[in-house]
Ligand binder design. Structure first.
Ligand code: ZN
Ligand code: ZN
Length: 353
């Protein structure tokens, strides 16, 4: 077996390269030796796997530190998980996002391995505080590329059909000689599909899809928060093996009164200084309407009164959060004569004691 190559050399980066540079370098090498671009080429497959292994080590701060100190020896045993090409491809889409394949081919992310599902479609949805807390129904209007009804997605004029690409003879790839080097590239005439359209569909101009505004009904459960994701299967972009999913990402507006912390709510509640001193009951507005809370005698500004179970519903189905009133005790700026007199008596009462 041949000697293991240095990981930095594999990715062609300097030893002090930062994380971003390493990631970029991995992407470059992985795309160069990608199995779809180099079908049935064992050397390319070996380089592809080698790059994945190198990135697995250098892309992880801890492993990289070990590798820097002890080399390959240090990572023995703790190295890569399963090394199949499919696993690597899977991980690559985690690392680079689903677009890695469309970058590779420049057309919709199609790979050689049979029909693929359409892409997922992301959608940002803004909600008011109340909509998020209580849940709601929404009708989303989503601009989406739909399969063209005139040509059924082929892009060819009805009655005609795509023909085999004359440039690549249907292979989707062409070989270009550059001196001694031969490079294999995606066919520039058919874009890799292996087919070209003679008579273009008048509705979609040959694209096979038309941009439409589609209405999608969405049930939003009580308790969603900013960053919550709701997946709506089958509402993404069309694909040969069925459409992808719609991923709705929630963004919740702030509320002028309530501060939300996951399922708990916090409010500032003013209590008059007499009630704070003597204790008593105070009415407070909550999500469940007006509630009475008990203020203990001698309450101080900043004291917190907890109303259990009056917070936000839990998305995971657990118990509701709590409601926390943070007490403010404002000192009155004006007093009428009677009040002033009462307070002066209060003061002298203190001196008597
Ligand atoms: Zn069409
Ligand atoms: Zn072609």
């Amino acid at each position: 077996m041949s000697e293991k190559r240095d990981y930095y050399e594999v990715l062609n980066v300097a030893r002090d390269a930062d994380a971003r540079t390493i990631k970029k370098a991995y992407r470059k090498v992985a795309l160069e030796f990608h199995p779809d671009r180099n079908p049935d080429d064992p050397e390319a497959e070996r380089r592809f796997k080698e790059a994945a292994e190198a990135y697995d080590a250098l892309g992880d701060e801890e492993k990289r530190a070990i590798y820097d100190r002890y080399g390959h020896e240090g990572l023995r045993g703790g190295g890569m998980r399963a090394g199949g090409v499919e696993d690597i491809l899977e991980r690559m889409s985690d690392i680079f996002g689903g677009d890695v394949f469309s970058d590779l081919f420049g057309f919709g992310g199609r790979r050689n391995r049979g029909p693929r599902k359409g892409k997922d479609l992301g959608y940002r949805l803004g909600l008011t505080f109340e909509e998020a807390v209580f849940g709601c129904k929404k009708t989303l209007e989503i601009p989406r590329d739909e399969t063209c009804g005139t040509c059924g997605g082929t892009g060819a004029k009805p009655g005609s059909s795509p023909v085999v690409c004359p440039r690549c003879n249907g292979r989707g790839q062409i070989d270009i000689n550059q001196g001694l080097l031969m490079m294999r590239m995606t066919c520039d005439v058919c874009g890799g599909t292996g087919k070209v359209i003679r008579d273009i569909c008048p509705t979609c101009s040959g694209k096979g899809s038309v941009r439409q505004i589609v209405q999608v009904e969405l049930n939003i459960p009580a308790g969603v928060d900013s960053g919550s994701r709701i997946r709506k299967p089958g509402e993404g972009l069309p694909g040969e093996a069925g459409p992808g999913d719609l991923i709705v990402i929630i963004q919740v507006d702030d509320h002028e009164r309530y501060q939300r912390d996951d399922v708990d709510l916090h409010v500032e509640e003013s209590v008059d200084f007499v009630t704070a001193a003597l204790g008593g009951e105070v009415e407070v507005e909550t999500l469940d309407g007006t509630q009475t809370m008990r203020v203990e005698p001698g309450a101080q500004p900043g004291d917190v009164v907890r109303l259990p179970g009056l917070g936000v519903a839990s998305l995971s189905g657990g118990r509701r959060g709590d409601f926390y009133a943070h007490l403010r005790v404002p000192v009155p700026k004006r007093l009428n004569r009677k009040q002033r007199k009462a307070l002066e008596e209060f003061r002298s009462a203190g001196e008597d004691a």
